[in-house]
Write a protein that binds this ligand. Structure first.
Ligand SMILES: *Cc1c(COP(=O)(O)O)cnc(C)c1O
Length: 239
């Protein structure tokens, strides 16, 4: 059972988050992150891990742009309870043998692609399903050995390889920066995004910069993020 108070809280949290995002966009316009002459937009993703689908559906009716799933098994158990329409992105550590479960049409993007090996399997499964898949490359911006993600010095080579994958469309970059000096890493990530976009690699359309979570989404927007992934600030602390 989900109590009314928790439902109300999701709507209040979402309103507050949306207001803070709008304020950050106004303060930091980042015209390089928007289409010519238009105000930039920031997509809000509700990160659903451990969250009751009833509450996820409240976030959907409240107007989040996307759902974010970390675990394949959990997604498969919950997806039939979700209200339709809102696209789902996969954002968690993904094993190659699980890729096939993400080929249903609701999954519109895999944000956590961290190796060519994984991309090859996505290409293979997408071909089998007769679909294309949008992806982001996950960047290990802090160079932390304990974290997944591609080292920045390897991203460019990887993009050149991916540009030949017929079923995969690279749409941008995702990162989870170190918690220490997070602002420096957001800044570095934005600069890297602009640099790599400037290379205009064939078939690579760098438009999404996915960074910022509950603790730091306004800071990420200050540094150009246009997709923020929010869990606990929306749904409450996970148990
Ligand atoms: C859990 C998670 C989030 C959201 O975390 P919060 O701090 O609860 O907002 C965002 N991105 C990824 C990849 C996650 O695993």
């Amino acid at each position: 059972m989900v109590e009314d108070a928790r439902i109300t809280a999701v709507h209040e949290n979402l309103k507050r988050i949306q207001a803070e995002i709008d304020e950050s966009i106004d303060r930091y316009p980042h015209p390089e992150m928007s289409l010519a002459g238009q105000k930039r937009t920031v997509q809000v993703m509700a990160v659903t891990k451990t969250v009751d689908p009833v509450l996820v559906n409240e976030a959907i009716t409240g107007g989040v742009d996307l759902l974010g799933e970390n675990r394949v098994q959990e997604y498969l158990e919950k997806r039939d309870s979700y209200l339709p329409e809102t696209p789902v992105h996969f954002i968690g550590k993904l094993q190659r043998n699980k890729v096939k479960y993400l080929m249903n049409e609701r999954i519109s993007m895999i944000q956590s692609v961290d190796s060519l090996h994984l991309a090859e399997e996505i290409q293979r499964q997408a071909e089998k399903s007769g679909r294309n898949m949008d992806i982001l490359l996950e960047v290990n911006i802090g160079g932390e050995p304990s974290k997944s993600g591609v080292a920045i010095e390897n991203i460019e080579d990887m993009l050149y390889s991916l540009s030949k994958f017929s079923r995969i469309h690279v749409k941008g970059l995702m990162t989870i920066p170190p918690q220490e000096q997070v602002e420096n890493f957001f800044c570095k990530m934005h600069q890297f995004f602009i640099d790599i976009r400037g290379k205009n690699i064939d078939n690579i359309n760098m438009c999404i910069l996915s960074m910022g979570m509950s603790a730091d989404y306004t800071l990420a927007i200050k540094h150009g993020a246009n997709l923020v992934r929010i869990g606990s600030a929306l749904f409450g602390i996970r148990n």
